[in-house]
Design a protein around this ligand. Structure first.
Ligand code: UDP
Length: 475
């Protein structure tokens, strides 16, 4: 029974949705937001399943802040000690899911006994968990793509690209052209596809096949940000491809950061003029090399603009995604800044170590720009709040996001290569105050903001798409 009352006259239990968030705040945050929307608009409850490997303080605090109808359950640890030390994050996340299938099946089976479990949702790296959902007899299985339609188009075409691209993507003379998508230079294609000999490449192919096992694919994007890709996916219903629903932008709401004590960086923003500050952040895991960090610092100083920078210790010894699992700096990041920088910029700059209440910062009226790694959550948060961006992508699908945002709709100004203090200062100034590109990007982002908010209203595209998905629970 979907709605109404049970046979004995008691009210029906609310529909319950189990969601598997593979490691990374960029997966957990939008899934939690999906849970919130299902709760507030459709009376559902949800359980977020998380992995033992990411029980960071940041994640714990986030889970603790969720409303009562959204529970979380940490899966038991699995042994990953056989993986090489340098194994890619995509390999780690995929292995952890595959090895957790029995535990996920058990958790879902128990959940079925105590809730009206209607659906299971996983992000892209968790497709093996569809086996667990099937074993537990969960009626509907959805893939949640926390990035965009460009990424989905790439994933859906991956088997074909694997068969036809002879060498490495980065060596391609021509950009990769996918239907409805901005042509992406091979070197900007998703980073786990850049080395065919690395196990993470095989894992992506595996997930590309896994996508097709879903009853539907929910994407955290909206039509205005990639209109042609949206049109193509809607028109072309290829056999074997699940229906695709654009349910975004699902982002954290600002109220989440209104708890006390108010962060010092927000208090600092309170004292700055409207739209005068550029926020600088590389997501939950991004870290720069020392040299790049210095050029960025000196570039911000040279730009003369106010800035708020989330600083992480550099990544010289490891990968640019080094902090991905815990979002926390490995060392005191401030000691790596150029000598005298902190003192010279103390009147215009504010530095935060490792983690800031980003949504509060972006929503603040003093914030007028965002120098971002182009992680998709950060991008959506910026668009929803009408904040134009400078693009400094690092890994994952960030480079292709930057291309699509720059060349597709013109919502970002990329930092030109080589990234030097002069180039950084130039693009930061242009974004904040420039009359050419800067003005165009600011106007485009204002339009995208309107479209994003429109879609989330009653009757808007995202709201309607999610309602269509939910309607099927009754059948
Ligand atoms: N985030 C935050 N504070 C930080 C860095 C990141 O609150 O200091 C949040 C940010 O608002 C976003 C998420 O973490 O919701 C990062 O996701 P994104 O897709 O942008 O990047 P990823 O972390 O996956 O690289």
């Amino acid at each position: 029974m979907a709605n109404g009352a049970r046979d004995d006259g008691s009210p029906a239990r609310p529909p319950h949705v189990a969601m598997l968030a593979t490691p990374g705040m960029g997966h957990l945050i939008p899934l939690a937001e999906l849970a919130r929307r299902l709760a507030s608009r459709h009376g559902a409850t949800a359980t977020l399943l998380t992995f033992a490997s990411t029980a960071s303080a940041t994640q714990r605090a986030f889970l603790a802040s969720l409303p009562p109808g959204i529970a979380s359950l940490r899966l038991p640890p699995v042994d990953l000690s056989d993986l090489p030390r340098g194994a890619a994050i995509e390999t780690r996340m995929s292995e952890e899911t595959a090895r957790s299938v029995p535990a996920i099946a058990e958790a879902l089976t128990k959940m079925k006994e105590t809730t009206r479990l209607v659906a299971f949702v996983t992000d892209i790296f968790g497709t093996d968990a569809f086996d667990a959902a099937r074993a537990a007899g969960v009626g509907r299985r959805y893939l949640f793509n926390p990035t965009n339609l460009h990424m989905l188009a790439l994933l859906l075409r991956l088997p074909e690209l694997d068969a036809t691209v002879p060498g490495e993507f980065r060596d391609l003379a021509e950009p990769v052209r996918l239907p409805g998508c901005v042509p992406i230079p091979g070197s900007a294609i998703l980073s786990p596809l850049q080395d065919k000999g690395d196990p993470c490449y095989r894992w992506m192919l595996h997930h590309a096949a896994g996508c097709r096992e879903a009853d539907a694919i929910l994407v955290n994007s909206f039509d205005a940000v990639e209109p042609e890709a949206a049109a193509v996916l809607r028109q072309q219903q290829e056999p074997g491809r699940p229906p695709v629903y654009n349910v975004g932008p699902l982002i954290l709401t600002e109220t989440d950061t209104k708890s006390s004590p108010r962060a010092a960086c927000l208090e600092w923003l309170d004292r700055q003029p409207a739209r005068s500050v550029i926020f600088v952040s590389f997501g939950s895991g991004g870290a720069l090399r020392t040299e790049q960090m210095r050029e960025l610092a000196l570039g911000l100083e040279l730009s003369g603009q106010r800035f708020l920078w989330v600083v992480r210790s550099p990544s010289d010894q490891g990968a640019v995604s080094d902090n991905y699992y815990d979002a926390e700096s490995k060392e005191d990041p401030f000691v790596f800044l150029p000598e005298g920088f902190v003192e010279r910029t103390k009147d215009v700059g504010f530095l935060v170590s490792s983690w800031a209440p980003q949504i509060g910062v972006i929503a603040h009226e003093a914030t007028g720009g965002f120098l971002t790694h182009c992680g998709w959550n950060s991008t959506l948060e910026s668009l929803v709040h009408g904040v134009p961006m400078v693009a400094w992508p690092l890994y994952a699908e960030q480079h292709q996001n930057a291309v699509m945002l720059a060349e597709g709709i013109g919502a970002v100004i990329p930092v030109p290569e080589p990234k030097r203090k002069e180039t950084v200062a130039g693009v930061v100034k242009e974004l904040m105050a420039g009359e050419q590109k800067g003005a165009a990007v600011r106007a485009t982002v204002a339009e995208l903001q309107k479209a994003a908010l429109e879609g989330l209203r009653e009757g808007g595209a995202a709201t309607t798409a999610l309602a269509e998905v939910v309607e099927k629970w009754a059948t």
